[in-house]
Every structure is written in structure tokens, then in C-alpha cells.
Design a protein around this ligand. Structure first.
Ligand SMILES: [Zn+2]
Length: 418
């Protein structure tokens, strides 16, 4: 089994057996952490962020900001930081060298070995990573909302999360995912990053990227797979509900639009920074750790508003030497419907650009809101039916996040009492 991840390092796994953990955590000082930090603890512990073994110290953050690398020169675009309330640090008398217990929603989560306690200019980080300090950028608002003190050091998970249905069947750690890929005998895996329910534009994006990744491989026995990796993080009003994103991607396969031997859906916990090109590099690293060999990047990948040129996230890979990043970017333009061709086609192929009908997320969304079934050319009927089923079952009647969904939804994972 190949467990080599980003930077050619062994996939990190820092999880303590329960019996040992129960004993160990009894005397530790407890520090509550935010949802984002909890999600990132889980990511670090299972190796999604390999080679990181904990939250960054000052040297790593400096290098990330200045050179887009860790202090040891490994490619890395986004700081991974643990911010903690000053009152907690003072009240609990936390100092360098301590081991502390990080808790989330009143449950034990992970042990942190405190190596550094420090402050860092949040706007310096914003400028370097997001390219702006404008409050209109959601990544800037997120950085502004951080506490002023950061703790750096290695973490060890003491309480593995229990993913709740329907997420449990999409949750694989990077090691489990690699085992799954090996089981299916995939030699190449092309990653699709998503926070959307798929319309036909997404479906063809994935299909085009599959052809590109499969390249010259013989076709008698298919050895290239598509990994749909759904990002699970904080939601905003109007986003698709998480349950629908994963289940509707699964439906594309169940309904046969993808063969079941070349398609897999999984989830990753991540709070989007909307950092455009830098986030594209981060997604590439993440999927390297999941065992992917290729990663598709469409128009305006991980962008927001007009902060980045739609193809900045393509161009950034030109500057990264091949030996620094082992996953191959598959750069994709737009898929659209062309009435002359009479089909969904690719902007790099179709010569009727003046007649094109672009996929409009906004238009499709407003149809779905009104419970109008879009034509099957732009939205698969099985996916529509699954979406409406999800709306009833999980979304309090809506496929999109409402106030009620945000307040009353079932958690994605629970932490059992230790
Ligand atoms: Zn055409």
C-alpha cells in the first residue's frame, strides 16, 4: 500500500487508542476551541494535511505568507492556525511545554503539545494569502474574526468523531481512501472539488477531466477513477444543504451516468477561505493526500466575487515545479449548452459561442427554489428527485440552507463522551 502523501511524506496519523486516551486526558487542562479548529484537528490527525502534525508556529506561517512554503521549504499555501481566547490562556496558566486537552462542544477532542504561544498580524496573513484586506472578502472576515493569540504544536486525536447518517457512508480517512482506491485497482484518480449539487455542466466537467486523466491508458480495463470530494464546512443561507451535495453526487452514479467502478464520493471537513489561486494549490495538496493523481480546476476555482481573474487558479500551477507537487492539474474551460450542436459541449471545441447557453447556477437555483424541474439536458431527473427527497428529509422542505436548517440540522459528526 502506498501511503506517501504531499512532500513525499508518509500520511500522518495521530490518533490515540481510547483506553490510553481516557487515562491520559484526566489531568490535563481543558481549552475549548472553535468549530473550524475542531475540523482542522480532525484533518491533521488523519493526515488530510500531511505533512502537518499540528497547528503551525510562527516560522511556518511566515514562510507560508512569504514563499508559499512551510519553513522546511515544502509547498504550502494557507496557514493552519489554532486561535485561542486570551482569557483561556491566562485563566488556565497555559505555557510553552504544556500538554492541554482541546475540547469541542463540551467533549474531549485532541491533546495539544504547546510548542509556541504567539501573536501574528492577521492582515499581513490576509494580504499574503488572499491578496486583499478588503472586508468584503469572506476569507478576510474569517481572519478578522480570529482570536489574537495562536498556539502552535503537535496534536493527537483522543476522541474520533462519529459521522452521522448520511455522512457516515462518505467519510474515509486518507488511509482508508487509498485502500479503497487500491481495491478498485485505479492507477489514476482525478479529483473533483465540490460544494454543489451537480448540474450537467458539472457532470461534463468531470467526464472531460476523466478523459484527460485517463489519457493513453488502455481501455479494455478501466483504471482511472473520479473522486468527488465534497467540502463540508460552515454554511451560509442559500447554499445547498450538505446532505444533498453528497447524496446527489452519489445519485449520478446510482442512476448510471457514471459507471460504479470508476466513481466514488467522499467528504472532507474544510472551511473554505475563498483564496482563489492559493486555495487551488491547497486543494491540490489535500487531494494528493487522498491518493489522487490528477485534480480538475474549472473557471474561478475557489474564487469569490471579482477578487481573482477566473483563470488565476490555472496559471498559478505554471509557477510550481513538478517535483514540489505530485498531482497533475487538469485545467478545464467552460461546458455550455449549444442549440446548434444540440448538446452540452465544451467552449474549447464548439464554434457557436454566440449561440451558447451557459450553465447559470443562479437560474437553476431559482427553478429549484420554485420546485420547477429543469430540462434533463441541464439537470438529470434522478438528481432532481434525490434533491427533493433530501429537501424533505433533511432540509425542512428546502434543498437550500434556511434559518431553520442552520439552527436545527443534525450535526455532521458527534464526539462521544469519554
Ligand atoms: Zn456548437
Amino acid at each position: 500500500m502506498n501511503y506517501k502523501g504531499h512532500g513525499n511524506k508518509e500520511i500522518v496519523e495521530r490518533v490515540m487508542p481510547e483506553s490510553e486516551a481516557r487515562e491520559k486526558i484526566r489531568k490535563l487542562k481543558q481549552v475549548p476551541i472553535s468549530g473550524r479548529c475542531a475540523r482542522e484537528c480532525i484533518d491533521i490527525a488523519y493526515g488530510f494535511f500531511t505533512p502537518l502534525e499540528g497547528f503551525m508556529g510562527r516560522e511556518d506561517i511566515d514562510a507560508v505568507c512569504e514563499k508559499m512554503t512551510l519553513a522546511d521549504d515544502t509547498l504550502w499555501p494557507i496557514p493552519i492556525v489554532l486561535d485561542v481566547k486570551d482569557e483561556q490562556i491566562q485563566a488556565k496558566k497555559i505555557k510553552k511545554g504544556d500538554a492541554i486537552l482541546l475540547t469541542y462542544s463540551d467533549s474531549a477532542l485532541a491533546i495539544l503539545e504547546v510548542e509556541q504561544i504567539f501573536g501574528f498580524g492577521k492582515m499581513k496573513m490576509a494580504k499574503a494569502v488572499l491578496g486583499t484586506t478588503d472586508e468584503k472578502h469572506p476569507g478576510v472576515r474569517m481572519l478578522n474574526g480570529l482570536e489574537n493569540t495562536f498556539l502552535g504544536g503537535k496534536i493527537t486525536l483522543v476522541n474520533p468523531p462519529k459521522f452521522q447518517p448520511p455522512f457516515d457512508k462518505f467519510w474515509y480517512t486518507p488511509r482508508q481512501l487509498r485502500e479503497k482506491i487500491a481495491e478498485r485497482d485505479w492507477k489514476r484518480v482525478v479529483a473533483h472539488q465540490t460544494r454543489n449539487v451537480p448540474h450537467s455542466g458539472h457532470e461534463w466537467l468531470m467526464k472531460g477531466a476523466w478523459f484527460s486523466a485517463n489519457g493513453e491508458l488502455p481501455v479494455e480495463k478501466l483504471q482511472t477513477g473520479v473522486l468527488v470530494n465534497c467540502i463540508i464546512g460552515p454554511k451560509r443561507m442559500g447554499d445547498y444543504i450538505d446532505e444533498a451535495i453528497a447524496l446527489c453526487h452519489g445519485e449520478l452514479c446510482e442512476a448510471g451516468y457514471f459507471r460504479d467502478d470508476i466513481h466514488l464520493v467522499s467528504i472532507t471537513l474544510w472551511d473554505m477561505r475563498y483564496a482563489g489561486p492559493r486555495e487551488a494549490v491547497f486543494h491540490a495538496i489535500l487531494r494528493t493526500n487522498l491518493g489522487c493523481t490528477h485534480h480538475m480546476f474549472g473557471r474561478d476555482h475557489a474564487g469569490v466575487g471579482s477578487f481573482y481573474d477566473p483563470y488565476d487558479a490555472h496559471r498559478i500551477f505554471d509557477q510550481i515545479p513538478e517535483e514540489k507537487l505530485r498531482i497533475k492539474p487538469v485545467r478545464v474551460l467552460e461546458w455550455w449548452y449549444c442549440p446548434v450542436c444540440g448538446e452540452v459541449t465544451y467552449s474549447g471545441l464548439c464554434g457557436h459561442s454566440e449561440k451558447r447557453q451557459s450553465f447559470s447556477g443562479t437560474l437553476i437555483r431559482s427553478m429549484l427554489e420554485d420546485k420547477v424541474k429543469p430540462t434533463k439536458l441541464i439537470f438529470r431527473p434522478e438528481v432532481y428527485d434525490k434533491l427533493m427527497e433530501c429537501a424533505e428529509r433533511y432540509g425542512f422542505g428546502s434543498p437550500f440552507c434556511t434559518k431553520r436548517y442552520l439552527a436545527e440540522r443534525q450535526p455532521v459528526f458527534k464526539l462521544p463522551a469519554l
